[in-house]
Design a protein around this ligand. Structure first.
Ligand SMILES: Nc1nc2c(c(=O)[nH]1)N[C@H]1C(S)=C(S)[C@@H](COP(=O)(O)OP(=O)(O)OC[C@H]3O[C@@H](n4cnc5c(=O)[nH]c(N)nc54)[C@H](O)[C@@H]3O)O[C@H]1N2
Ligand SMILES: Nc1nc2c(c(=O)[nH]1)N[C@H]1C(S)=C(S)[C@@H](COP(=O)(O)OP(=O)(O)OC[C@H]3O[C@@H](n4cnc5c(=O)[nH]c(N)nc54)[C@H](O)[C@@H]3O)O[C@H]1N2
Ligand code: SF4
Ligand SMILES: [Mo]
Length: 654
């Protein structure tokens, strides 16, 4: 039979929302490629999704509902699974009220129809909800405070930049399809600068690489701000379009340039060079998501917003301070429709679950693996284990699903049917099943429709998937982005509600249209983390980075995975007497684990790097080490304010 090409859109929690072309032979997908016609995907996929077919047919793939019986999870029919879920939901609501139910939805799929789950729990309850955002909470809150929104100029506007500052960003790994845009900007003369305490592949793309102390970005930015003020590089109109200018200037003037530079651990000349690049605009600042996962994360992003505004780069093409592309902007939301009567904080979820009074009796997890991915995995795992009815809907049998009383299998990203916005560009995509899911799998919207019928929820939408998509596109269909138009355009169209520039009229979206500058200084970075135990023969405390890796999407690994031990990368001088490849004890104020050392001469001596998404059960999880603490703004999680010590394993086991 001839091969057929079918298109869909990647729904993973990734800025790129790629167009995927699946090659189908005899009804089976045989290979995946990037859509060459998609203006951002440009014909290639990342490591993790190009190998998705292996995952889909792998051992951990869920193929039918599982119910806990006599201690183990056994396959059951959908009838039984949904009858059970409905009975539990009813019982808990009747006996303890709807707030004894907690719905936790993470970003495993960015499909907009996943909001149906929120709508379901609003209508069933309202139940206890989640507040905060461990992913981008601090940065978004910072930008909303400063600019009234967190969104960006069009992606390809970067081609008009003279300088692009990649501030704490590693697009080679976590935003792959930005790389060709950066290369194009470079070809047009732009200079690229990376600001990152960690050396990584993206450095090789850049003209300059600044390696500040971990979390030293606030001091670095304020030192640059002071230089802008001192050298007359603040644009004269700044006083008109900013509120809080005297207060911000007072922070900048509170220390000498030399002091700021010392606190950031960079040479004074580096600050001057950055100030010059900002003054020689258009200069775009691309703010990564990593460094706002710190106690001072909000303040750091606010300082970068200020640099952009004061140097006159906010309202111009080729400029901007881009943290996020507002991926839901084009869609009419399904939820939230009510203010939840009670909330639990995502960054400290383990604690809040255990402390909830009245207690949570039923927790429903949609598209997340909190055991592996939330800080302080041990407490999260204990909290989940304490719940009477844990229901998990997922594609794979994750560490969270393994703890569940009921597991509901949902379509994989190649079987799903949904709409996607992106947080790395302004295109909208449709996902359509390129292959039918196995018979034991049900679309997540249909799952809630079936459940709603069982529970007599007459207001819950029972529309077809296509009609749900039409509802989501209701506001943009009159502007040309209807479902039909999307299909005629190969499943991808530019959002009609996002233009080339975010602030084309010189006004922000704050109440008075002005930039609201940061007015107070945060506590020093040195106060951000609890000291780890001092281990005999061990290292000094090192800042633990748990960064994205090419081969995994958070806890979902493609390819061979981590093997017996997670790796931990350090400078060869960081841990005395430990050779490359040796096993070490890694200890934080929370826990201890064993990992295999990788030496890397390009790293600072005060850092250690582990993968972001290691397994908790296998002792690979950085999150076992990370203390659960909220960021200064937006209830993000301060994942990266974690100090660890490393020491050789006793007996030198290898
Ligand atoms: N391959 C892959 N891609 C992904 C993901 C994945 O798991 N795997 N996850 C996706 C998700 S959920 C998100 S939110 C994004 C994540 O996007 P990011 O969090 O931006 O991803 P990382 O690649 O981990 O890059 C973070 C960078 O911030 C740097 N950094 C950390 N602390 C500091 C600091 O104090 N100062 C400075 N200047 N830099 C600092 C780190 O060294 C690292 O290079 O990526 C998405 N893309
Ligand atoms: N140490 C450390 N921890 C971190 C980070 C870090 O940088 N360092 N980064 C944080 C960030 S940025 C994020 S966003 C979080 C990510 O945390 P999570 O969102 O919990 O990450 P995943 O492990 O990808 O879990 C998502 C799950 O959703 C499932 N899934 C996929 N599609 C669907 C679907 O359509 N429906 C349902 N029901 N399930 C689906 C996937 O199979 C997967 O198991 O991790 C955070 N944790
Ligand atoms: S995970 Fe990201 S880069 Fe990879 S295919 Fe999906 S959208 Fe593209
Ligand atoms: Mo994220």
């Amino acid at each position: 039979m001839a091969a057929e090409l079918r298109r869909t859109t990647c729904s993973r929690d990734c800025p790129d929302a790629c167009g995927i072309v699946a090659k189908i032979e005899d009804g089976r997908p045989v290979s995946l490629a990037g859509d060459p016609a998609h203006p951002v995907t440009r014909g290639f996929l990342c490591f993790r999704t190009s190998r998705y077919l292996d995952l889909m047919s792998g051992a951990d793939r869920l193929r039918q509902p599982l119910l806990r019986r006599g201690g183990s999870l056994v396959p059951v029919s959908w009838e039984e699974a949904l009858d059970t879920a409905a009975a539990w939901l009813k019982k808990v609501r009747t006996e303890s009220g709807p707030t004894a139910v907690f719905h936790y939805r993470s970003g495993g799929s960015l499909g907009i129809l996943k909001q149906i789950a929120d709508l379901f729990f609003d209508q069933f309850g309202p139940v206890t909800g989640r507040v905060g955002d461990i992913c981008s909470g601090a940065g978004e809150a910072a930008q909303i405070e400063d600019f009234g929104t967190s969104d960006s100029n069009a992606l390809h506007d970067l081609e008009h930049s003279r300088h692009i500052l990649l501030w704490g960003k590693n697009p080679t790994v976590s935003n792959t399809h930005l790389v060709p845009v950066l290369k194009q900007a470079k070809a047009k003369g732009a200079q690229l600068v990376l600001v990152d305490p960690i050396h990584h592949k993206t450095a090789s793309l850049c003209d300059d690489w600044i390696q500040p102390a971990p979390g030293g970005d606030f001091e670095l930015a304020l030192g640059v701000a002071r230089m802008l003020f001192d050298r007359g590089q603040v644009v004269p109109e700044a006083a008109k379009f900013c509120d809080g200018l005297p207060e911000f200037e007072a922070i900048a003037q509170s220390r000498s340039v030399a002091d700021w530079a010392k606190a950031a651990d960079v040479p004074v000349a580096t600050l001057g060079a950055l100030a010059d690049r900002l003054a020689d605009g258009p200069t775009a600042i691309l703010v990564g998501w990593g460094m706002q996962r710190r106690m001072r994360g909000g303040a750091i992003v606010r300082a970068l917003d200020a640099l952009c505004a004061l140097s006159g780069n906010l309202f111009r093409s080729g400029g901007g301070c881009s943290f996020y592309f507002k991926r839901r902007k084009a869609f009419t939301p399904f939820g939230p429709t009510v203010v939840p009567p009670r909330v639990l904080r995502e960054p400290v979820l383990g604690h809040d679950l255990l402390a909830a009074d009245p207690r949570i009796r039923l927790m429903w997890v949609t598209a997340g693996n909190p055991v592996a991915m939330l800080p302080d995995s041990t407490t999260v795992a204990a909290a989940l284990d304490s719940i009477e009815h844990l229901v998990v809907a997922d594609v794979f049998l994750t560490e969270t699903a393994k703890r569940a009383a009921l597991v509901l299998p949902v379509p994989s990203l190649l079987e799903d049917d949904d709409l996607l916005g992106a947080y790395g560009h302004h295109w909208i995509g449709e996902s359509r099943p390129v292959v039918l899911p196995p018979p034991g799998i049900r679309h997540e919207a249909q799952l809630f429709q079936d459940l709603a019928r069982r529970l007599g929820m007459h207001d819950f939408p029972q529309d077809s998937i296509d009609d749900l998509k039409r509802r989501a596109l209701a506001a943009v269909a009159p502007l040309g982005l209807s479902l039909e138009a999307l299909r005629q355009n190969g499943g991808t169209m530019q959002s009609p509600v996002s233009g080339p520039q975010l602030f084309p009229t010189g006004k922000t979206l704050t109440a008075n249209g002005k930039v609201q500058l940061l007015r107070t200084s945060p506590a020093p970075q040195s106060e951000s983390a609890a000291q780890p135990p001092s281990l005999p023969g061990g290292s000094a405390p090192l800042w633990l980075f748990s960064n994205s890796t090419e081969k995994s999407q958070a806890s979902i690994w493609s390819g061979a995975g981590l093997g017996d031990h997670a790796w931990i990368a350090v400078h060869p001088d960081a841990v005395p007497g430990v050779a490359d490849g040796e096993l070490v004890r890694v200890a934080s104020c929370r826990a201890e684990l064993v990992a295999r050392v990788r030496h890397d001469r390009d790293q600072r001596r005060d850092v250690a790097i582990m993968p972001k998404g290691g397994s908790f059960e296998r002792g690979h999880a950085a999150n076992a080490l990370v203390e659960a603490r909220p960021t200064d703004l937006g209830l993000g999680a301060a994942y990266l304010d974690c100090l660890v010590t490393l020491a050789p394993l006793q007996g030198r086991a290898r």
